[in-house]
Write a protein that binds this ligand. Structure first.
Ligand code: FAD
Ligand code: NAP
Length: 382
């Protein structure tokens, strides 16, 4: 049992969930939740902009399904992936990744069945892309079901798994406002592929296993490199762009700025699918607006009208004012989806600088590169 800091992967803080509430309202396609994890007597501290690392466990039903495919009881003695003695069930719950399919495991399937020519073909080095495509939406369980003749020894199977990894969550509270807890804003990952309901490991660990059963959450802090607020007496304006769960660090920023009576203007861009179902923390943000903690709040609800409206569309509409804030020294922060949103917001920012700043595309790119060098363009995307 870990009782004292410094906390890290080897010595995690074992915390309990204090409060959990669904932020997505009925009718939402999302299941985004707000969590408050108890920190009393833990010694765990953090700054706004930090992330919480969570060491999840796998869903026991998935583990049972895997045991069934091989006719195991789960009581078989094995060494887990940290070389610690364990039962097979406990190793599969806490040590092995059951989603990531390793090539070593696929080669073992081919060898054991002696009759998996299509899989063998996919493992040829020149078919890397085809293999990746084949693995999309598939997990270890799919191969155990599809190749029932591939029988493993318990230890052999454990050794063919990758290690279950931590997941990071941007902290959505400030210790100055909530000294006894750490808050998270987490989208629960669930999807259906190849005839099975799938669960994101850590987001459903928090939503289904921890929240209901008082399971401990092993955690530690991962410092947010450079994703930091200006000092409270620094009048530098800040622009925060955080659609979806990207809102998390900015709730932390606003709590901190409220508690420290920070100087300087603050502008928040938030986007989600619908204002009725997914306007997370709406009352808090309206209160910050009224009290001047937040200067401007701009929202983009993508499915409230026929055509999609995203945060980058709002950035384009507000190009002139964003330019003025940047010229006044503002820091621009982005948090959330890396693959689509952050790319499009980056493009919108370039266009805004180009149009409102009367610059060529090259000059706009140089301006933004300079912002980056000056640490005035900060990204926490995933
Ligand atoms: C610095 C940082 C901060 C973060 N902050 C937050 C935060 O504040 N809130 C938050 O919710 N998340 C945050 N994340 C993301 C978070 O760490 C996890 O990646 C996320 O919760 C999913 O983890 P999981 O274990 O639930 O899902 P996993 O078990 O990791 O499953 C996710 C994987 O499932 C697969 N998948 C998902 N959907 C489909 C589909 N439809 N079809 C096929 N395959 C699919 C994809 O391979 C995907 O990578 C952050 C990440 C980083 C790096
Ligand atoms: N790579 C993917 O295809 C994919 C898809 C979904 C989620 N995710 C991941 O799931 C996690 C949680 O997502 P989340 O719940 O935080 O929010 P999210 O899925 O990013 O959605 C938040 C809001 O952003 C909108 N959005 C979609 N594409 C956008 C774009 N290109 N630019 C700007 N906004 C865009 C969404 O609209 P609409 O949904 O109405 O389009 C929604 O209104 C993140 O890790 C994210 O990366 C990835």
């Amino acid at each position: 049992m870990s009782l004292s800091p410094p906390f890290n992967l080897k010595n995690p803080c074992l915390a309990l969930m204090k409060h959990a509430v669904k932020l997505s309202q009925d009718g939402s396609p999302k299941d985004t939740r707000h969590y408050e994890i108890d920190l009393r007597h833990s010694g765990l501290t953090f700054e706004p902009g930090d992330s919480l690392a969570v060491l999840p466990t796998n869903c026991p039903n998935l583990v049972q399904d895997i045991l069934n495919t091989q006719g195991w009881t789960g009581e078989e003695a094995v060494e887990d992936l940290s070389k610690k003695p364990s039962t097979l069930r406990d190793a599969l719950i806490a040590s092995c990744s059951l989603s990531a399919v390793d090539k070593k495991f696929l080669h073992a399937i081919v060898e054991k069945t002696g009759n998996a020519p299509e899989l063998a073909k996919l493992l040829e080095p020149e078919r890397k892309d085809q293999l990746e495509q084949h693995l999309h939406g598939r997990e270890i369980i799919d191969f155990l079901i599809d190749f029932p003749d591939a029988k493993f020894q318990p230890q052999e199977f454990v050794s063919l798994c990758k290690k279950l990894l931590i997941r990071l969550y941007s902290i959505s509270s400030s210790l100055k406002a909530n000294p006894n807890s750490v808050h998270l804003t987490v989208a629960t990952v669930r999807y259906h592929t190849f005839g099975r309901d799938r669960k994101g490991v850590a987001s459903t660990f928090l939503a289904e296993r921890v929240a209901l059963h008082e399971t401990v959450i092993p955690t530690f802090i991962k410092e947010g490199k450079g994703f930091r607020l200006p000092a409270p007496d620094d009048p530098t304006p800040i622009i925060m762009c955080g659609p979806g769960t990207g809102i998390a660090p900015f709730r932390s920023f606003l709590q901190e700025r409220d508690a420290t009576q920070a100087q300087g203007k603050a502008w928040l861009f938030f986007g989600e699918v619908s204002s009725r179902t997914d306007f997370f923390y709406q009352d808090e943000f309206n209160d910050y607006l009224q009290r001047g903690v937040l200067t401007k709040l701009t929202t983009a609800f993508s499915r409230d009208q026929a055509e999609k409206i995203y945060v980058q569309h709002r950035i384009a509409e507000a190009a002139q004012e964003i330019w003025e804030w940047l010229e006044a020294g503002a820091i621009f922060y982005i948090c959330g989806d890396a693959s689509r949103m952050a790319v499009d917001v980056d493009q919108a920012l370039h266009t805004a600088v180009q149009q409102a700043g009367h610059k060529s595309p090259e000059e706009a790119a140089e301006y933004i590169e300079q912002l980056r060098k000056d640490k005035r363009y900060r990204r926490d995307v995933y």
